[in-house]
Ligand binder design. Structure first.
Ligand code: HEM
Length: 407
């Protein structure tokens, strides 16, 4: 597959903003997607560990983590759509070819995701009070985690197949015989997949620190549970961090020849330093983790570290496609569309900001209130504003659509 052919596969309409905007947004939303995926997997694994335990603290944690995991799946799916949009805009020749080569799996991905999510809900429905009664139907949870991991594996394979245009013809027509059924996944790198999955442990450790701080601020504190959580969070961060770094090193050692330059480059070193910085935060903060907002800092630093890891992963992709295949994602023809660019950023910043502020305020205040929580008039106004903005957004979207259609 030569460079001209790759360029010919681009969308002739160009892109509606500078390609760098799409690359940056792709990295940020990929990191957010990974954070949600990792909390989902980590919280699911803690549920499995705790629900069947004789230890009351483990069961209590399992009950909380089951709710967390359930919500994290929906966050992971919703935020997964964003990098999907960005990657297909600037890397469309690669992304679509990879998808078509494994079309069966691209569609199967959706069914597997639905089945995995339903299995998680079945486990939830079977367990009304894990803290008091212990867990039932653990196989549903095991099946759910396996299916969700399967979903991740499919995306991993699609993301990696796009990096090997030199193999596409051999995958499409092995031995010269065309195989158009799209039934095979053609490439994967288990250490790379394992690295992103193993990061679930330190990310969930950082999440537990934040959860612990949240509980401390409530008026009905269970001191022994909170004390019990700290070493568990620490262990997840340290042991999980070491396992993830080892898998990362293995990934670097097994990079194909055309990507081997990346292994010992400053880029991979920066990613390593970002991860080490996150793991060291609780050690540096010590007792301060129990004061003010410090308990949340580890997760915030972890989120920044994931953005750094995501950026380094993007450098690997961008330089590989440019250096080995002559494809420069940054020279995509720009067909500037200020309306859609403005709409995107105002949706993200204004509508997203107000709605999230409302949801986080309600979730925070409800958790700090004993008995029934009643939001203040100011909080209610924020909620009404979020709904009003959504209505305004929908109306403006259709108005512009009709205007363009009628012109
Ligand atoms: C719920 C289970 C999921 C898991 C465990 C998971 C896991 C992962 C992992 C490990 C990667 C990194 C792959 C690599 O670079 O080797 C990844 C990337 C990605 N995921 Fe997910 N994912 C899940 C669901 C989804 C969903 C539902 C979507 C879309 C709606 C999605 C969209 C993406 C995209 C677009 C990328 C790659 C972005 C890029 O290459 O720039 N994921 N995911």
């Amino acid at each position: 597959m030569n460079t001209d052919m790759l360029y010919a596969l681009r969308d002739p309409a160009g892109v509606p903003s500078h390609p760098l905007v799409f690359l940056i947004l792709g990295v940020i939303t990929f990191a957010l997607h990974m954070a949600a995926v990792q909390v989902m997997l980590g919280a699911g694994a803690l549920t499995l560990r705790g629900a069947f335990s004789a230890h009351a603290h483990w069961r209590r944690l399992a009950a909380a983590m089951l709710t967390t995991s359930k919500i994290a799946v929906s966050v992971a799916v919703v935020i997964g759509v964003a990098p999907l949009l960005f990657v297909q805009v600037v890397y469309d020749p690669f992304w679509y070819t990879s998808n078509v080569l494994s079309a069966w799996w691209v569609i199967g991905f959706i069914f597997l995701l639905i089945a995995g999510y339903i299995a998680l809900y079945v486990f939830y429905w079977k367990n009304h009070d894990i803290a008091a009664d212990g867990g039932k139907g653990g196989l549903w949870l095991v099946a759910s985690l396996a299916m969700l991991l399967g979903v991740g594996f499919i995306v991993h394979s699609l993301t990696n197949q796009m990096l090997f245009p030199e193999q596409w013809m051999a995958w499409y027509a092995p031995g010269g015989v065309v195989q158009p059924n799209g039934q095979a996944l053609h490439y994967w790198n288990l250490p790379r997949f394992g690295f992103f999955i193993a990061l679930s442990a330190p990310v969930t450790g950082a999440w537990l620190y934040a959860y612990r701080r949240y509980l401390q601020a409530s008026s009905h504190v269970d001191a022994s549970f909170i004390t019990w959580l700290a070493p568990l969070a620490q262990k997840l961060m340290l042991v999980g961090g070491v396992v993830a770094v080892l898998l990362g090193a293995w990934w670097m050692a097994t990079l194909p020849e055309k990507m081997a330059w990346f292994a010992l480059s400053p880029w991979s070193l920066v990613a390593l330093l970002a991860l080490l910085a996150t793991v060291s935060v609780p050690l540096l903060l010590g007792k301060r983790m129990d004061q003010g907002l410090w308990g949340y800092v580890t997760f915030a630093v972890g989120a920044v570290a994931l953005i750094v890891v995501g950026a380094m992963r993007e450098v690997l992709r961008y330089v590989t496609l440019l250096g080995s295949h002559g494809y420069d994602a940054l020279d995509y023809r720009i067909n500037m569309d200020w309306y859609s660019t403005g709409l995107f950023f105002s949706t993200f910043g204004v509508l997203g900001g107000v709605t999230l502020a409302y949801l986080i305020t309600v979730a925070w205040q409800a958790g700090q209130t004993e008995g029934t929580y009643t939001p203040s008039p100011a909080v209610n106004r924020l909620g009404s504003m979020a709904i009003g903005l959504l209505v305004l957004w929908t109306v403006s979207y259709f108005l512009v659509g009709f205007y363009v259609w009628a012109r």
